[in-house]
Design a protein around this ligand. Structure first.
Ligand code: DAH
Length: 330
């Protein structure tokens, strides 16, 4: 009886150690632990038969059983440590960076020439203390025309053929509408610059587009004069184009009095680059400013025009075609 049980215990130990050494996953190892040493495991089952043993046999078998148990537990612990180490090693290997692998090529993006001009212009004005503002592209007749001293029968409306929307609103024909929006919200002194899209019912050709971009400029304060306007424009154009000859030519806009157009001498030719003038008292009145106290100047220019001059582009449509062969040159 005793030696039989002793033999069974030793056989269990041998078999168990072999199985544990062969376990290749932590899950399998746990199954083996339960199977050998668990409450309902094989070692327990053998020991339960000890109940029938004599008092002198029992300690002997008990001691053997303990050795078997400890030995199996040691094997389990060792195998677990080995499997865990192997798992970490496998993870490390899977995560290793192979620096010799070819990279993923992503073509480098560029700023669009129009946005490049806008960025530069805004930078220059911000450097002179101006704030950047924006209005909406859909406008009411009031903000686009009426408050800018351009009533419904005014002939100047013909200069800007307008897209009217079915609900009576319109697509702004210039960024001058932002002047009114801004002055309604703010109090003098004002220094503001407003870039944005504008719309006109023009047939598209090399120098016209139904959608284009303008930058508007407005300064209101007490005591501003035409010399402030000239100095500001001159500084701006010099920063933008370099030290080129410029000239102011008398002109007409409903929202300024007096008004002027600015020409820039470029490659021996005079190019018209912007409109400007002293803000008409009627415009100041429309936003509730007292023209006896405040004066100011305004200007507006086309971004496409600037881009075409600076980059010597001969056709405005190139700026909208998204042709990378063209855009990659900037
Ligand atoms: N809004 C004018 C246009 O679209 C440009 C312009 C001229 C703006 C004179 C101004 C200005 O602010 O004072 O042609």
């Amino acid at each position: 009886m005793t030696s039989n049980l002793e033999a069974q215990l030793l056989a269990l130990q041998q078999e168990g150690e072999k199985a544990i050494a062969a376990a290749d996953t932590l899950e399998r190892l746990e199954e083996l632990r339960v199977s050998y040493l668990g409450k309902k495991g094989q070692l327990g089952a053998l020991l339960r038969s000890m109940g029938q043993m004599s008092a002198e046999e029992r300690p002997k078998i008990g001691a053997i059983a303990n050795t078997v148990k400890e030995s199996l537990q040691t094997s389990l612990d060792q195998q677990r440590a080995a499997l865990e180490a192997a798992k970490i090693q496998a993870q490390l290997e899977a995560e290793t960076l192979d620096v010799t692998m070819p990279g993923i090529f992503r073509p480098q993006g560029r700023i669009h020439p129009l946005n490049g001009i806008i960025d530069r212009a805004l930078d220059i004005f911000v450097g002179m203390g101006y704030t950047v503002a924006q209005g909406s592209e859909m406008e009411t007749d009031y903000y686009n025309f009426e408050a800018l001293n351009t009533p419904p029968d005014h002939p100047a409306r013909d200069m800007q053929d307008t897209f009217y929307l079915p609900d009576g609103n319109l697509l702004r024909t210039h960024t001058s509408s932002v002047q009114i929006r801004y002055m309604e919200k703010e109090e003098p002194p004002i220094r503001v610059v407003a870039p944005g899209r504008v719309y006109r019912r023009d047939n598209v050709d090399a120098t016209h587009s139904a959608v284009f971009h303008q930058i508007e400029l407005l300064a209101i304060d007490d005591g501003l004069t035409f010399t402030d306007l000239k100095g500001t424009i001159k500084m701006f154009l010099q920063a933008m184009f370099g030290d080129l000859p410029i000239r102011f030519r008398a002109s007409y806009f409903p929202f300024t009095e007096p008004s002027a157009e600015v020409d820039l001498q470029w490659n021996g030719r005079w190019l018209e680059v912007m409109g400007c003038g002293m803000v008409d008292p009627n415009v100041l009145k429309s936003v509730g400013y007292d023209p006896e106290i405040y004066t100011g100047f305004a200007a507006g220019f086309g971004v496409e025009r600037f881009a075409m001059v600076l980059h010597q582009i001969d056709d405005i449509r190139r700026l909208y075609a998204s042709d990378l062969r063209f855009l990659q040159q900037f």
